[in-house]
Ligand binder design. Structure first.
Ligand code: 5AD
Ligand code: SF4
Length: 473
């Protein structure tokens, strides 16, 4: 692929906040290119789901910008209305059909309605049956064909689909429209080769395929040129990254290589599957200050019995062994996780094992969910035997326990100085940003900080989800 062009949304709309980005020749060029190319067509794009989806949307927007489309804020104003969808839980998938219902009238005005992402892949052409006003259905494994599909729509084709899954290619665009001015997402691996019993992802995103380290590092250097200092490497399972090029970097080596790119100050990565998590990753974080002191390591359950039923490929003890690597690191590393309650067959005893695991690990954050049976997954054939009410009860207990843990852990930071990347204003006179460990900090400052700058902040107060402090000069 030729050198890709990346554009930050703010580089198109208003002056970028950091001096480096403002003066970047690449940003100037892009602004000029963008103004020169409009074709009069407009698109609206709404995104549901995970960061992979958010970043896919940035690439999809880039594809459309490159064709001369302009983005608008309402479906009514758009020629092309796109939903980038998530099907991880039933509720997320339902939301899409309710949106499609809302734009039915809009479709009558000759607008093109398209469904992208995980629901598109999962439901396929059935979407045309449920919502006949939809004209484009394209799963994430087919985004490489998006320019061709859009061209077919422009030529007047009534229905176009991209639903191939057996791909060995990744979605790399010549042009990426980045929404977050401070954190640049980049994909290092797409798809998933695991077979967790509850999960639609292997089905919706296809088999694992890694990008070459050269292409990743080229993108990182380009991001620095645009003024980014923080990058986040994305993949369903970043730990199983395998460089397909002769450099043959493994994930830990890739992390170090990205951290060494001049100008990069923070490198994040998500998501790590415990099975493939290695001590080398912890050693890399110890060695490289630019690697953020945060690992997101979804456990899903604290019961080995449930983990086996979930086909997670590790036991409670094996998971705790990985946690011990992280806890023993030479600098503190934050741990966060994902948990599912009410998986088929989960007993009160299993649930208590999950609570005791929370106590042992002391996570700094946890996303927790009630089990939701999904199409084409192994768990769909298991009896969904934990009543809805009981799932709700377990979720509330778990969230309360985790809230207490976070409150206590954050209180330990009171009095410490933490480095914060300034991302915005939380209210007049107060600024907000994140620490390397991904904690949100709201702070006052004797002099207004510039967005995109790093500031030392002394922590005065702690809540379960954020810290409050004051910048030091
Ligand atoms: N039901 C509930 N939660 C799920 N997750 C994935 N699939 C399901 C499901 N069927 C959760 C997992 C995963 C996170 C992204 O979503 O915890 O790590
Ligand atoms: Fe949702 Fe999973 Fe698809 Fe992300 S990969 S959008 S979480 S179904």
């Amino acid at each position: 692929m030729p050198d890709a062009i990346h554009v930050r949304l703010d580089a198109l709309a208003s002056p970028p906040p950091t001096a480096a980005a403002r003066d970047s020749a690449a940003a100037d060029e892009l602004r000029a290119a963008w103004r020169a190319r409009p074709n009069g067509r407009t698109f609206y794009l709404e995104t549901f789901g995970c960061q992979m989806n958010v970043h896919d949307s940035e690439k999809v927007a880039g594809v459309l910008f490159a064709r001369g489309y302009r983005q608008v804020d309402a479906p009514d104003d758009a020629d092309l209305v796109l939903y980038n969808t998530c099907s991880i839980r039933e509720k997320a998938a339902q939301k899409v059909f309710s949106r499609l219902g809302q734009v039915r009238g809009v479709a009558r005005d000759g607008k093109v309605i398209g469904v992208l992402g995980c629901v598109a892949q999962q439901e396929g052409e059935q979407i045309f049956e449920r919502a006949p006003w939809v004209r484009l259905v394209c799963g994430s494994a087919s985004y490489r064909r998006l320019p061709e599909l859009v061209a077919q729509l422009e030529a007047g084709d009534t229905r176009v689909t991209g639903l191939e899954l057996d791909t060995d290619e990744t979605f790399e665009t010549d042009f990426t429209r980045r929404d977050n001015p401070f954190r640049a997402y980049l994909t290092i691996i797409e798809g998933c080769d695991k077979a967790c019993a509850y999960c639609v992802v292997p089905m919706t995103r296809g088999p694992e395929r890694s990008r070459t380290s050269e292409s990743i590092l080229r993108e990182v250097r380009g991001l620095v040129e645009l003024g980014y200092t923080e990058v986040q490497l994305l993949g369903q399972n970043v730990n199983s990254y395998r460089d397909p090029s002769p450099a043959r970097l493994d994930f830990a080596e890739l992390l170090e290589a990205v951290a060494e790119v001049p100008g990069v100050r923070r490198v994040r990565f998500t998501t790590s599957h415990p099975r493939d998590f290695t001590p080398a990753i912890v050693r890399a974080i110890e060695r490289q200050p630019a690697l953020c002191d945060h690992v997101h390591l979804p456990v899903q359950s604290g019961s080995s019995r449930v983990l086996a039923a979930m086909r997670r490929d590790y036991s409670r003890e094996e998971y705790l062994e990985r946690v011990a690597w992280v806890h023993r690191a030479r600098r503190p590393i934050s741990l966060t996780t994902d948990i599912i309650v009410g998986f088929p067959g989960e007993t009160e005893r299993d649930f208590e094992d999950t609570l005791s695991l929370l106590d042992l690990v002391q996570y700094d954050g946890a996303f927790s969910f009630k089990f939701s049976p999904r199409p084409n997954t192994a768990a769909l054939r298991m009896p969904d035997d934990v009543p809805e009410e009981e799932k709700g009860r377990r979720l509330a207990i778990l969230q309360e326990r985790q809230r207490e843990i976070q409150q206590a852990r954050n209180e330990r930071l009171v009095g410490q100085r933490l480095e914060v990347l300034v991302e915005g204003r939380s209210r007049p006179g107060q600024w907000a940003g994140r620490t390397s460990s991904n904690r949100m900090v709201n702070f006052t400052s004797p002099e207004p900080p510039a967005l995109g700058e790093y500031r030392e902040v002394v922590i005065h107060r702690a809540g379960p989800n954020s810290l409050v402090g004051e910048a030091v000069i």
